[in-house]
Design a binder for this molecule. Structure first.
Ligand code: PLP
Length: 394
């Protein structure tokens, strides 16, 4: 009999939706042209890219011209930081100042740290509450005369907490009316796209990063939305693709897949409600059946798909391995950081001790999750935790 498998690591990556895959396929072997070629085969590929740009723009409610395709959200995040800082340094003698959150994804934190170490920028890494949230007034207090970029993630990848992006956007656009140095407001919306409103006018953001593989599209493709007239230096120089900002022959099947993936997200408006019901069943069941377990982060301001727990006295990694043996796939810390022995910077930012952070497990539900999957975890997990606690003698 085939082993039962339950995939609950959708924040790490999602399977490519069959409808997305179908739309991508012709662009590998039939419509294989280079979008820059003037002939018919090139034109077919170009049409695929431009249709996808339209789909992304329609999802974000912006102009197609404001969309730049990248190789994923890590690239989009690095670009916005380096590109905005470069522009500021060209035009000003002051040091650029950035505002961000302590528990952003590493794709934001690492490029910022490099610039800070080189002495090129000043930064405020804003703390978050024990619920994993930031208040708008904290952002306001951090802003200085030389602030050029505020980057605040829409939803956290590890604990799923959702920040008040549109309120922060309104604040910044009001401040900008009176400022000489305009602040660019960026949000990393990678984890939010499946479930939250990403209309850039509603959010009042100047820039937004997203990624294909978190939304049932392919890996290695993403986009940066950049509001018209926002100055940024080019990310990669070469043949002048993407309006001269990001050269390199386009990843045509990936771009087509990203467009179609967003098209599907827009159609599947009820996913969040269904997934939240299952997620709540999981949370209630775990907190009821497993002593000394806690949910990390706010329940109210949280993605419908995310549940992150600490289980006293047990290593998260041990839990993941034991669950994997039973066909249940979850995560400890973020997948990108799972090679590291350091406790998750997200969990320590909300006040967990190193020990509690190491004892954490993240379950992220997806389109494919069923009630019987949740029943299966609720049957397996209490036994796994009990056994691991017995072994460790804690
Ligand atoms: N930002 C957030 C919030 C993420 O969750 C991730 C992926 O884990 C990334 C950025 C990086 O995205 P990509 O894998 O497309 O580079």
């Amino acid at each position: 009999m085939k082993k039962r498998e339950v995939y609950l690591d959708n924040a790490a990556t999602t399977p490519v939706d069959a409808a997305v895959f179908k739309k991508m396929l012709p662009y590998f072997s039939e419509k294989y042209g280079n979008p820059s070629s003037v002939h018919k085969i090139g034109d077919q590929a170009r049409q695929g890219v431009e249709k996808a740009r339209q789909q992304v723009a329609s999802f974000l409610n912006c102009l197609p011209d404001e969309i730049y395709f990248t190789a994923g959200a890590t690239e989009s995040d690095n670009w916005i930081i380096n590109g905005i800082v470069d522009i500021f340094r060209k035009d000003n003698s002051d040091k650029p100042h950035l505002v961000t959150l302590v528990f952003e994804h590493k794709a934001i934190l690492e490029p910022i740290r490099v610039l800070e170490k080189r002495g090129l920028i000043e930064v405020n890494f804003l703390p978050v509450s024990k619920d994993g949230l930031i208040e708008v007034k904290e952002v306001e207090k951090a802003i200085k005369k030389n602030t050029c970029l505020v980057s605040i993630m829409y939803a956290n990848s590890e604990i799923g907490t959702v920040q008040p992006i549109s309120q922060i956007g309104n604040l910044i656009s009001q401040l900008n009316q009176k400022r000489k140095q305009r602040i660019v407001f960026h949000t990393d919306a990678v984890q939010a796209v499946n479930y939250l409103n990403c209309d850039v006018n509603n959010l009042n953001v100047d820039a937004l990063s997203l990624s294909g593989h978190k939304i049932y599209g392919p890996k290695g493709i993403g986009a940066l939305y950049l509001k018209k007239r926002t100055l940024i230096t080019s990310l990669i120089r070469g043949g002048g693709h993407e309006k001269g900002k990001r050269s390199g022959t386009e990843n045509v099947p990936g771009i087509v897949g990203l467009g179609e993936a967003l098209n599907l997200v827009a159609k599947r408006k009820n996913d969040g409600t269904k997934i939240k019901k299952l997620r709540n069943k999981l949370i209630t069941g775990i907190l009821r059946d497993i002593p000394d377990s806690q949910l990390n982060g706010s329940l109210e301001y949280r993605l419908p798909s995310n549940a992150n727990f600490s289980f006293k006295g047990v290593e998260g990694e041990g839990i993941i391995i034991a669950l994997s043996e039973q066909g249940i796939y979850a995560a400890t810390g973020s997948a990108c950081a799972s090679h590291s022995l350091k406790p998750s910077h997200v969990l320590t930012a909300i006040g967990l001790s190193d020990e509690q952070a190491h004892a954490s497990v993240r379950f992220t539900l997806g389109r494919q999750t069923t009630e019987s999957d949740i029943n299966y975890i609720l049957e397996v997990l209490p036994k796994v935790i009990k056994r691991l606690r017995l072994i460790s003698g804690r």
